[in-house]
Design a protein around this ligand. Structure first.
Ligand SMILES: Cc1ncc(COP(=O)(O)O)c(C=O)c1O
Length: 370
């Protein structure tokens, strides 16, 4: 059994390296080449997943790693850390791998937020704050501005000596808006003198060229800043649960001490392979951005306002309370995002496959014109 497993893995990696698969690897290749599912109802456009994934190389790596399911994932994690270190140009000691960036958000809350206040924009991705509140923290939620962007002066005013952590989500979920790169860098550098600044870059791979920038250079320069990335979005691996944090070595070490579980072998293998799958990443990015534009074009056609979207979702005003809109969409077997207080006349829809986007746009026209 073991011999066969090794042979399979070797065949696969040889085949992938050579760009062609020999006969024994054909079954693996077929699985690896699976195209995205055809329409499956109800359409799930509610959770900002990426249905184009996993990519071909991630699929092949998952199949090849199955035989290693009996092992703990030390070596797999080591390989992912090496790949991330090369990609992000940081030392390995500056990387913390989590079971999704969600786990890292919980770890940050555990490590930094038992006392004091977390400051964040509102609405934003609430995972860190929700967890911090359960362990005794308070949250200062600073409303987004009229364009649904982070209000940096108001966030600065809210960040006091009592602040335990400042959470920034760029692009922001649910609004999809971004903060200009140089402005954000100056802001983070200043705020990092006062508190730990967490920049959640879950959707950064999906921004239009030049719209914003990663804050990883602040981490490299030793600022009190944590950057979070995930394999759940552009890589299409949400169910495999892998994300990572980039931080100063001392911050990374403290963060690592909060960890409760170790990431799983199949997820680690898939994530490492996906990082190297440039063709898949370019293809899925192009498809998601093109379909995002089709959704905003439909909003333009229907006279619906939307925030400029920079993630794999669009936040728009359907012209009725979001609960009513969700009900009408549900009748058409389409699930859209949950309500985001206090913006209860806005709706977040995730960008699905091209076919799913077409179905959504037709449904939207039907509901809005009815
Ligand atoms: C901004 C943001 N950060 C983090 C996450 C968590 O992602 P995961 O735990 O799958 O890495 C999400 C998920 O939707 C998100 O929107």
């Amino acid at each position: 059994m073991q011999g066969r497993g090794i042979e399979r893995r070797q065949l696969l990696s040889l085949a992938l390296a050579a760009g062609a698969l020999p006969a024994a690897g054909e079954a693996l290749a077929r699985k690896a080449q699976r195209t995205p599912m055809s329409l499956r109802y109800p359409l799930r456009l509610s959770a900002n997943e990426n249905p184009w994934g996993p990519g071909p190389q991630a699929r092949a790596a998952i199949v090849a790693a199955t035989d290693e399911g009996c092992r703990y994932g030390f070596d797999f994690q080591q390989r992912l850390v090496e790949a991330v270190a090369a990609k992000e140009q940081v030392d390995k000691g500056q990387i913390v791998v989590g079971s999704g960036s969600g786990e890292l958000l919980h770890m940050l809350a555990f490590g930094w937020c038992e006392r004091g206040q977390v400051v964040c924009a509102w609405p934003t991705f609430n995972q860190l704050m929700g967890f911090a509140e359960r362990i005794g923290s308070e949250t200062k939620r600073v409303p987004l501005d009229a364009e649904l962007r982070h209000d940096l002066p108001a966030l600065a005013a809210a960040t006091t000596p009592n602040t335990s952590l400042l959470y920034l989500c760029n692009p922001n979920n649910p609004s999809g808006t971004v903060i200009d790169g140089p402005r954000l860098r100056a802001f983070c550098a200043e705020m990092a003198q006062r508190t730990l600044v967490v920049v959640d870059e879950a959707y950064l791979d999906l921004v239009d060229a030049g719209a914003t920038e990663s804050m990883v250079d602040l981490v490299r320069s030793g600022a009190n800043v944590v950057v979070l990335r995930t394999f759940s979005k552009i890589h299409g691996l949400a169910g495999l649960r892998v994300g990572y944090a980039l931080a100063r070595p001392d911050v990374a070490a403290k963060l690592r001490r909060q960890q409760l579980a170790t990431p799983n072998v199949l997820g680690l293998a898939a994530a490492t392979a996906s990082l190297g799958d440039a063709e898949f990443l370019a293809r899925t990015r192009a498809a998601l951005i093109a379909d995002r534009r089709r959704i905003t074009a439909a909003c333009d056609e229907l006279g619906l306002r939307y925030a400029p979207p920079q993630g794999n979702f669009v936040f728009f005003k359907p012209g009725m309370p979001v609960d009513a809109f969700r009900g009408k969409m549900k009748e058409k077997q389409i699930e859209v995002g949950r309500p985001f207080e206090p913006l209860l006349d806005w709706c977040r829809v995730s960008v699905g496959t091209t076919e799913e986007t077409s179905v959504f746009i037709e449904a939207l026209r039907g509901v809005v014109r009815a």
